[in-house]
Design a protein around this ligand. Structure first.
Ligand code: TGC
Ligand code: FAD
Length: 390
């Protein structure tokens, strides 16, 4: 039996093009070959497999929606979603590496960068020659990024950058960081900071129980001289990083359902094989209830993702629509991971099965890119017109 089978209860495949399905097969094969056999070991050892960066570049997982002239895939948003789904079926940490590079590093350079910046950075990021990271969160400003204190001063021929970012995916191995900082008037801008610039360091964060195969760290700026040509000229204000988050959160909505499908398939197979009281546990009503509810939530999330993808392709998806999908899908994926773990009984806590790893990973996914409650408040604001953030 193909362990990469996916539930398609509402024939959602009929809504996909042949190209979408070919992309899905290619990424599935890649994950099956280059991630799944090793992921439990990487996660157990908290090892970030750096060689995956080049491999992601080779299969087109970086910046699939960026135009081909800059090394991207020139694909639509449904393709992007499918790529994130299939990578996260393998592991959320691996998907983090890909979605940060595509949505949070390549996207802002493509969208807000100068032509020279696009030409300098995008092809190398797309191919995996360079790894990038995105610095928005600070030790004292997570859900409230507009309070950030990282800042830069205009020194005439360069900018002087000071401050620190925390919880930054890819940072310990990143060649390039897209950093959000305030100018002297308090306006937020994006700056491209390169490894090797004096005063710039990226200490790794250790001791995570989640996303263990993904490298997370800080970004520390101690009087870093940033060339003026490294400022992203196309957009300033909090709206610029928020636009990047729209793209990344969309990918997470798809990705989380990849993890959920992996848990569901594992539980379905285990329930059919595991015998207790003389019968497969799949024959007990309570186990059937768990499986039926998992399938229901996966199907609803698949439909949500497909429709959101169409809206993204048409340039019509709104931030609250993206929040609804990110919030719902990560939440149901976490619930599915927990229920699937229960179906596996004691075996479910081991690395023989993927649920515990997915469950622990999803605790980060439900927090980053806007917490579960922040997305609820974004929806609340949209419904009532009254922001409840502060
Ligand atoms: P608010 O007053 O709502 O907005 C401030 C300005 O920004 C504009 N704006 C947007 N513009 C374009 N697109 C969007 N999606 C926008 N959202 C906001 C807005 O129009 C306004 O513009 P202007 O011109 O009027 O000033 O902002 P607020 O300070 O009240 O905060 C709102 C809030 C809480 C919703 C927001 O800040 C938020 O979403 N907080 C959560 C923070 C977050 O998601 N951080 C993610 C960090 S990156 C990360 O986690 C990567 S993990 C990656 C991985 O490993 O996969
Ligand atoms: P806080 O903002 O302190 O929130 C703590 C709790 O308070 C949450 O439950 C929150 O929902 C609640 N809360 C806060 N404000 C309100 C309110 N107004 N109303 C009700 N409840 C509220 N960031 C990056 O910039 N780049 C990255 O690459 C990146 N990668 C990450 C990787 C990992 C593994 C993790 C864990 C985080 C990463 N982040 C990254 C940071 C992430 O985006 C933040 O952790 C997240 O936005 C929450 O911020 P915080 O941790 O400071 O929590």
């Amino acid at each position: 039996q193909d362990v990469y089978e996916q539930p398609d209860f509402y024939a959602i495949d009929d809504l996909l093009t042949e190209e979408h399905k070919l992309i899905r097969s290619a990424i599935r094969d890649f994950v099956k070959r280059d991630i799944s056999p090793y992921i439990e070991d990487w996660a157990q050892r908290a090892h970030f497999p750096y060689e995956i960066v080049k491999k992601f570049g080779d299969i087109g997982a970086f910046g699939p929606t960026v135009p081909t002239e800059y090394g991207g895939g020139g694909l639509d948003y449904i393709s992007y979603g499918i790529i994130m789904q299939e990578i996260e079926r393998g592991d959320s940490g691996m998907r983090s590496t890909a979605s940060v590079q595509g949505s949070l590093v390549m996207y802002p350079i493509y969208k807000f960068g100068s032509e020279a910046q696009r030409k300098k950075y995008l092809p190398k990021l797309a191919s995996g020659e360079w790894l990038g990271c995105f610095g928005l969160t600070e030790p004292d400003h997570g859900s409230n990024p507009s309070g950030m204190v990282t800042n830069f001063k205009d020194m005439g021929d360069h900018y002087l950058l000071n401050g620190a970012k925390m919880w930054i995916s890819n940072s310990p191995r990143a060649d390039v960081a897209v950093v959000w900082a305030k100018d002297e008037s308090g306006r937020i801008h994006g700056l491209i900071v390169e490894r090797g610039m004096e005063g710039f360091s990226t200490p790794e964060t250790h001791g995570k129980w989640s996303l263990r195969a993904s490298a997370t760290g800080e970004l520390v700026f101690d009087n870093v001289k940033v060339p003026k040509e490294n400022l992203l000229p196309g957009k300033s204000g909090l709206g610029a990083p928020m636009m990047c988050l729209d793209s990344a959160r969309y990918g997470i909505a798809w990705g989380a359902i990849g993890a959920a499908m992996d848990c569901y398939e594992s539980a379905r197979r285990y329930a059919a094989e595991r015998v207790q009281f003389g019968k497969p546990i799949a024959s007990f009503q309570l186990v059937q209830k768990k499986l039926a509810e998992m399938l229901t939530e996966i199907t609803k999330a698949q439909l949500l993702n497909w429709r959101l993808g169409v809206l993204m392709n048409e340039g019509k998806a709104s931030t609250p629509q993206i929040s609804l999908a990110k919030r719902n899908n990560v939440h149901v994926a976490l619930e599915i991971a927990r229920e699937a773990r229960q179906i596996h009984g004691g075996m479910g806590i081991t690395g023989e099965y993927p649920m515990m790893r997915h469950m622990m990973n999803l605790e980060s996914v439900v927090t980053y890119e806007g917490t579960h409650d922040i997305h609820l408040l974004i929806l609340g604001n949209n419904i009532t017109g009254i922001p409840a953030f502060s």
